[in-house]
Design a protein around this ligand. Structure first.
Ligand SMILES: Nc1ncnc2c1ncn2[C@@H]1O[C@H](COP(=O)(O)OP(=O)(O)O)[C@@H](O)[C@H]1O
Ligand SMILES: [Mg+2]
Length: 228
């Protein structure tokens, strides 16, 4: 029997600011995520949701506790191995799309492949084109972000997150910069693509309407996760 995709045990994280006592943001987070499951993480602003997502995304390391992917502790990995894990297993969608303004939709979608391999091959381009078609942006593939709507930019960001065929998608307030209709459209697409690609999903959100569409909800309170 295989274990969970992701397992956190007693994960802690503090930040030091010069001239002040360190702030312990995460005080012992436990979490299991099964393959193919979706989870909402809720909690007040400043409670550490983005900090937790950065640890799960192997962008940063916990101070204490363990965080393991498929049973493999990320603390045992070198920085290069962590980068490879990130590229192989994890896609990120942020509140703001962070698209490169001078690159087309297609080029932006291919950035993770470039970052990983230094060049893209025909298969990468085919995958990015297929995903752009899938999110309704086929005709916009050569458009620069500046002329796209907010919802279209977030769809490009979604394609970029999926281009490397990750096992886990991490979304930090993915609809936070969109109006109600735009939010609903992106969320529908996100959930459809997660299902089609067989991904696991963790979504950080303030919006109960978003959280209710995930399989499970947790709340980050006083540095710990509890059922939400
Ligand atoms: N790199 C950092 N250096 C210092 N403090 C940080 C850093 N990142 C986050 N913090 C602090 O940690 C707390 C949690 O931040 P964050 O994880 O962004 O919360 P949330 O995403 O829930 O709003 C905040 O008090 C924030 O100021
Ligand atoms: Mg945040």
């Amino acid at each position: 029997m295989s274990g969970p995709l992701l397992a956190l045990r007693a994960v802690t994280k503090a930040f030091s600011v010069p001239g002040a006592a360190p702030v312990e943001v995460l005080k012992g987070v436990d979490l299991d995520l099964e393959s193919g499951a979706s989870l909402a993480i809720m909690g007040p602003s400043g409670s550490g949701k983005s900090t937790l997502l950065n640890l799960i995304g192997a962008l940063d390391l916990p101070d204490g506790g363990t965080l393991a992917y498929k049973g493999e502790s990320i603390r045992e990995l070198t920085e290069a191995q962590r980068a490879a894990l990130r590229n192989r297993e994890i896609g990120f969608v942020f509140q703001l799309h962070h698209l490169l303004p001078q690159c087309t939709a297609l080029e932006n979608a291919l950035v993770p492949r470039l970052a990983f391999k230094k060049k893209v091959d025909a298969e990468d381009v085919k995958r990015a084109e297929r995903l752009l078609e899938r999110v309704g942006l086929g005709p916009r593939r050569d458009a620069l972000p500046g002329i796209l709507s907010g919802g279209e930019r977030q769809r490009v960001a979604l394609v970029r997150a999926l281009v490397s065929r990750p096992a886990l998608l991490l979304a930090d307030e993915p609809t936070g910069s969109l109006d109600a209709k735009g939010s609903r459209e992106i969320l529908d697409l996100l959930l459809e693509l997660v299902r089609e690609e067989g991904l696991s999903l963790i979504t950080v959100t303030h919006a109960p309407s978003v959280a209710l569409r995930m399989d499970r909800r947790m709340e980050l309170v006083d540095g710990r996760l509890r059922p939400g």
